[in-house]
Write a protein that binds this ligand. Structure first.
Ligand code: IMP
Ligand code: MG
Length: 181
């Protein structure tokens, strides 16, 4: 894996495909072990989590697991704007359901806190969060995610669903912003 430059910023390889696959499998096993109903509802937070969610639901090995989608936006360029905009909401009842929020990354925790509050108003049986990546040093609000693929330093990353101004979501591996940009 070589460095890549996009929009004038250089990124270096950080997490390989094999490492991602192994952690997706581990997180899926933990979720399946903890589920108390046969049909948990995965709630994929678009756009970033779509690739993780696709791999996670296949790794879960629970034929009755369901998936639905919601869309938020909080980032512009390489930093959080501090406010979260809901762009596409939930269109089904979640009352009494076991909900697993699927996120690409938890950074400040603002999105996660707002989402949990919104979901709890609709009386689900439980709400937990699975995130591929977690920046523990950036967490400002809310509780840490229940399931974490990788804890990473508080630097900007791209690939495997994560974007830089909507580009590079299709990179199969994860890259991190280099120090000397
Ligand atoms: P939070 O609300 O600050 O926890 O961040 C939530 C959203 O910001 C994530 O779901 C991502 O879409 C985006 N985000 C946070 N950190 C990064 C990053 O390093 N690269 C790309 N997107 C990020
Ligand atoms: Mg996101």
């Amino acid at each position: 894996m070589a460095d890549i430059t996009i929009n004038g910023l250089t990124f270096e390889p950080h997490i390989t495909r094999d490492e991602i696959d192994a952690q997706v499998q581990r997180v899926a096993s933990e979720i399946a072990r903890d589920c108390t109903t046969p049909n948990p509802l995965l709630l994929c937070v678009l756009n970033g989590a779509f690739i993780f969610a696709a791999d996670l639901i296949r790794a879960l090995n629970m034929p009755r697991a369901e998936i639905t989608f919601i869309r938020f936006k909080s980032y512009e360029g390489t930093s959080s704007t501090g406010t979260v905009k809901e762009i596409m909401g939930l269109n089904q009842s979640i009352e009494g359901r076991e909900i697993i929020i699927v996120e690409d990354i938890v950074d400040t925790g603002i999105t996660s806190l707002q989402l949990r509050k919104m979901l709890l108003e609709q009386k689900p049986a439980s709400v937990k969060m699975a995130t591929l990546l977690f920046k523990p040093e950036s967490l400002k609000q809310g509780t840490p995610p229940e399931y974490v693929g990788f804890s990473i330093p508080s630097k900007f990353i791209i690939g495997y669903g994560l974007d830089l101004d909507e580009a590079v979501r299709g990179l199969p591996e994860i890259y991190i912003l280099k120090e000397n940009n």
